[in-house]
Design a protein around this ligand. Sequence first.
Ligand SMILES: Cc1cc2nc3c(=O)[nH]c(=O)nc-3n(C[C@H](O)[C@H](O)[C@H](O)COP(=O)(O)OP(=O)(O)OC[C@H]3O[C@@H](n4cnc5c(N)ncnc54)[C@H](O)[C@@H]3O)c2cc1C
Length: 401
Amino acid sequence: MSGLRGILERVPAAYYSEERQAILETAREFAMNEVLPVANELDPVQGEIPMTLRDKMAELGYFGILIPQDYGGLGLGTFEYVLVTEELARAWMSVASIIARGNGLGGGFSEEHRRAMLPQMAKGECLGAFALSEPGAGSDIASIRCRAELVGDQWVINGQKMWCTFADGADFIILVARATPYDPDHRHAGITQFLIPKERGKFPPGIEGTPMRKIGYHGWKTWELSFNDFRIPKANVLIGRDEDDTSAGFKRTASWLSVARIHTAARAVGLARGALEDSVAYAQAREQFGRPIGDFQAIRFKIAWMATEIEAARNLTYAAADNADRGRRNDVEASMAKLFASEMAEKVTSEGIQIHGGAGYTSECAAERYWRDARLTKIFEGTSEIQQRIISDAYLPRPKK
Ligand SMILES: Cc1cc2nc3c(=O)[nH]c(=O)nc-3n(C[C@H](O)[C@H](O)[C@H](O)COP(=O)(O)OP(=O)(O)OC[C@H]3O[C@@H](n4cnc5c(N)ncnc54)[C@H](O)[C@@H]3O)c2cc1C
């Protein structure tokens, strides 16, 4: 990797601190030495992220980067979260994703929940899943139908959820459901988040889970969930029960997605970097026509574009993270970072396969994993088309109906 020194191995001057540089280097060493070999072994056989690896991540504090120190976390910012995420995703996107199950799910907790759960989440001992999407509601969050009805002192839940990643392995699920019946004239009203505690590795009676057959994002399972008269205590309501603002739950759910999108942009950059680094190594090693393929201008120029696009996406991601840490509004910046980084990642990882030739089309080398996982970054946490809607709406407001 000597050719990339100073370009990819340093936090840029505008954001530099010794602490950040140390965080980046620790994460890089961990990802390359501990995560990458596991990914190369387990992704082709759809194995699950081992507990031993999770324990090491917990020791490094990765599940609690954003959790305040008072609650047992590292108390760092979105910027540091992004630094670690890129490094982990460079090795295995699923590992970069599982840290969000500690860092990203406590936003709606009451003080009581925070005291009880955040310290365990920071240690990776209590990780969550997020159940928002439904068979009929993906991009259009406001059209969810899963229903929670208050009966006595319990919420009774009925309905279907789709794509709930890690629902089986999680210690709790954040469920987004309707506390009032669906009203086509007030679609955002009544959307509420609930806390469902559960035993790791099982579904409680009243929840049935069916694993979905994915083409990537291995290392954990993604589930279709069916809720049938499932009951939780009245106190397990998180956000959305604001009598003055019936859309509060929808707004908080949508605003959560902002940090999730920056995290996804960092995941995309990490995947693309994996493709670049592997391609550089392959271009130096593989010979055709009596010389390394890296001597051919066609390959060299691909490398140049890959590196340039990664750097552009990384800088958008850094800027969005920095904005978030300064408490500035950053929904559009987060969408731009997510859109650009994920589109870039699909292109760059595809070029990675091309540089590897036939070898790139086998599961013997990681190039195809980077591409399969990069493909997903254009879909989840809001598709590329939804990001384009958000950005264009900011520049070209829609006429009021
Ligand atoms: C592997 C995987 C893991 C996931 N994990 C989770 C999870 O843990 N929890 C969870 O809640 N969800 C999860 N999701 C769901 C994910 O967030 C949704 O797939 C995503 O939001 C898109 O929804 P959809 O699949 O229903 O597509 P749709 O919304 O049906 O979109 C289909 C197509 O139509 C386009 N489209 C839709 N509306 C518009 C519009 N207004 N303008 C232009 N184009 C539009 C979309 O961009 C897309 O191209 C996961 C998905 C996958 C694939």
